[in-house]
Design a protein around this ligand. Sequence first.
Ligand SMILES: *[C@@H]1O[C@H](CO)[C@@H](O)[C@H](O)[C@H]1NC(C)=O
Ligand SMILES: *[C@@H]1O[C@H](CO)[C@@H](O)[C@H](O)[C@H]1NC(C)=O
Ligand SMILES: *[C@@H]1O[C@H](CO)[C@@H](O)[C@H](O)[C@H]1NC(C)=O
Length: 329
Amino acid sequence: MVIIIRIDVYHIIRKNLTVQLAVVICGTRLQEGLMMLKSAAVFTLTKLHFHVFAEDHLHIPIRQRLNEISVISQNTITYDVLPIKFPKDNADIWKKLFKPCSCQRLFLPYLLKKTDSLIYLDTDILFMRPPEDLWNFFNKFNATQLVAVSPEGEDIRTSWYNKFAQHPYYGKLGINSDVILMNLTRMRKANWNDKVTKVYQKYRSSIVLGDQDILNAIFHFHPEMVYVLTCAWNYRPDHCRYGRNDCKHAYKNGVSLLHGDRQTFHKNDFPSFRIVYEVIQNYDFKTGVTRGIYNPLKRILPMVQKSYCSRIWESMIMILKRYRREHKL
Ligand SMILES: *[C@@H]1O[C@H](CO)[C@@H](O)[C@H](O)[C@H]1NC(C)=O
Ligand SMILES: *[C@@H]1O[C@H](CO)[C@@H](O)[C@H](O)[C@H]1NC(C)=O
Ligand SMILES: *[C@@H]1O[C@H](CO)[C@@H](O)[C@H](O)[C@H]1NC(C)=O
């Protein structure tokens, strides 16, 4: 029933768009990574393609689950499951640098040579609205922008980069590398791999946060390449636990992407984050977004005991409320 509504709306609104998402799934992140992709599938009204890089032993369970999602979507959702790989030139350096899985994102322009653009997301992220709304930012890029990212913080005095970084970083606050819109065509044209290698060689001794520091150093020297998204597109516990760093965009317009970094979705410190994860985990596509997600969240979130971030529950469901009304879901 719900599926029929989804397909109808899809034909009316967005005839020929395929939103491409990329994720890297390693170790214990299997369920979480699948949940991120599920959240995209839940809210989309268009076609999706998932590029899933994963350790070999995870390929079978990933394929099984994505196949189910693909069937539910009547094949409007497709996917590739790919091995963790590095560019041949200096594969050894990269494998030894940080955790192989986290720096994989730096090499997407060369691992997916036929893909024009994609949105890279970490596993600990949940869509709270259709992924095509995020994709639309590609249309806002000017001639030099090739990525879109959110700032690492909102407050200069407390920002991590301002306080601790020993290497150059983007702007005043640095950027967070866990959600990145990438125009791969433009990154290839800009000799992306050379930029990564040069920055790594120059600053290797002061790099602490791995790939994120490398990106910050590159964009320090190339601010013209960056489109800055608001914090509502990368909403983390840090945006509600300290007053100073609050994400004002999200209070006003709602949380677009919920980012449960540092295992927040699986711990009790920030119950509102965990509850959203669990509701999406338990969601059955047949139920529909209103009954299966919006109503339970509206009921449960306000009951959370006074704790960090519990007061922002209305922002968490604000966009869902609007979306549900607009699309009669
Ligand atoms: C839809 O997209 C596909 C693949 O990107 C393309 O080949 C096709 O020409 C497009 N169709 C229309 C009607 O734009
Ligand atoms: C990416 O950049 C290329 C080259 O400028 C452009 O042709 C393409 O349309 C862009 N992709 C998106 C999704 O905006
Ligand atoms: C695109 O926007 C960025 C950031 O605002 C800016 O630095 C850059 O100069 C702009 N590029 C062009 C060609 O206008």
